[in-house]
Ligand binder design. Structure first.
Ligand code: AQP
Length: 342
């Protein structure tokens, strides 16, 4: 007698907000790593439009940006046959899961979130959704029983919170959720703003001149933005954790990630050369890395019907996992689930 054992590949969930054009930080901290995982893991990559509306969005622009992010996912190498690619608002279980998790999450946990504090600062009025953002994120991840969440460093605190919410729910209602791990890369976890290395490169600031290289920037724009990148008054081109070297270190990390060269080889290559040479070489490396993405993107975005149908198929696949899970959650908290007799 032979016994067949099916081993489930580790599940991965991650997402990007369609809140602007993606930048090099999103690519190096998230997308590029997702592409590398495609064959070893079972992947769910979401375009989190419900998260995007926690900040004011123009409706027409949001729809455009959602398709743009979808096309960029594909252009960067995500394959809809191997990864489930979908839009969050097309799978209702995310909103339902968020509500139920809201009812086990203490308010104090959310008020402590650094991202909330930063975004709420200096605003006259803050919408409730902004405070609730991490609970929706917890629902996103927990609905798929994802073991791994590949993200940049900025999301570490939110993933910790997801684990705390899951533990609290499991404790109260019995074992329901897998506890996810944030998977944060050693290099590229926090690509810094080119105009201010003390800040992270961020979509919400990408409109500020010189802040970011956007994935759809032309070669000339890329060269100009990198040429203007803030460094320091020194000359040494070496990897360093020192705060005053954050600008140069950022440029070197981008170079390292895109060329896959060892740090000592890179330092040797730039020994005795000035920052101008580093910027010039880096600009060409970035231009060449983004060229095929931009070309592929142009072809994909031209056919929005095809894109929408890829997303609809992705949502069907996501629902096949999320719907049984939300029913399990509803049963646990005491809701009557149609067709249940207990
Ligand atoms: N600078 C970054 N370096 C490395 N990874 C980054 N990520 C974001 N910025 C960097 C990672 O990209 C994924 C998508 O995150 P997001 O949609 O929140 O992107 P964003 O640029 O952070 O977007 P916003 O709208 O501008 O948000 P805020 O204002 O919060 O920065 C995540 O995996 C993220 O870690």
């Amino acid at each position: 007698m032979t016994i067949e054992v099916t081993v489930r590949r580790p599940r991965v969930f991650s997402g990007v907000q369609p809140s602007g054009t993606l930048h090099l930080g999103n690519y190096l901290g998230a997308l590029r790593r997702w592409v590398e995982l495609q064959d070893e893991k079972e992947n769910y990559f979401c375009i989190v439009d419900m998260h995007a509306i926690t900040m004011r969005q123009d409706p027409i622009e949001l729809r455009r940006s959602t398709r743009e992010v979808a096309a960029l996912y594909l252009a960067c190498g995500l394959d809809p046959q191997r990864s489930t690619i979908f839009v969050q608002s097309q799978v209702r279980a995310h909103a339902e899961g968020c509500w139920i998790l809201n009812c086990v999450t203490p308010l104090g946990w959310l008020e402590r979130m650094t991202q909330f504090k930063t975004k709420a600062k200096h605003r006259e009025s803050v919408v409730l959704g902004l405070l609730d953002y991490p609970v929706l994120q917890a629902a996103d991840i927990l609905l798929y029983d994802a073991e791994e969440v590949p993200v940049g460093e900025d999301q570490k605190q939110h993933i910790e919170l997801t684990r705390n919410i899951a533990q609290r729910f499991n404790h109260r209602f019995g074992d329901t959720f897998t506890l996810p791990q944030a998977v944060i890369p050693a290099s590229g976890a926090r690509i810094r703003a080119l105009n201010d290395p003390m800040k992270k490169m961020s979509k919400s600031e990408a409109h500020v001149r010189g802040h970011a290289v956007q994935l759809l920037d032309t070669p000339d724009v890329i060269r100009a933005v990198i040429r203007r990148a803030v460094t320091d008054s020194g000359r040494e081109i070496q990897f360093s954790d020192a705060q005053e070297k954050a600008g140069v270190n950022n440029l070197l990390e981008i170079y390292e990630l895109l060329t896959a060269q060892r740090r000592d080889v890179i330092e040797e290559h730039f020994a005795g050369k000035g920052y101008g040479m580093l910027k010039k070489d880096l600009a060409e490396v970035v231009v060449e890395a983004l060229r095929p993405i931009r070309k592929h993107y142009d072809a994909l975005i031209a056919d929005s019907a095809e894109l929408d149908s890829i997303l609809a198929a992705g949502a069907d696949r996501a629902r096949a996992v999320a719907e049984p899970k939300i029913e399990e959650i509803k049963r646990k908290v005491g809701f009557i689930v149609p067709q249940d007799t207990t």
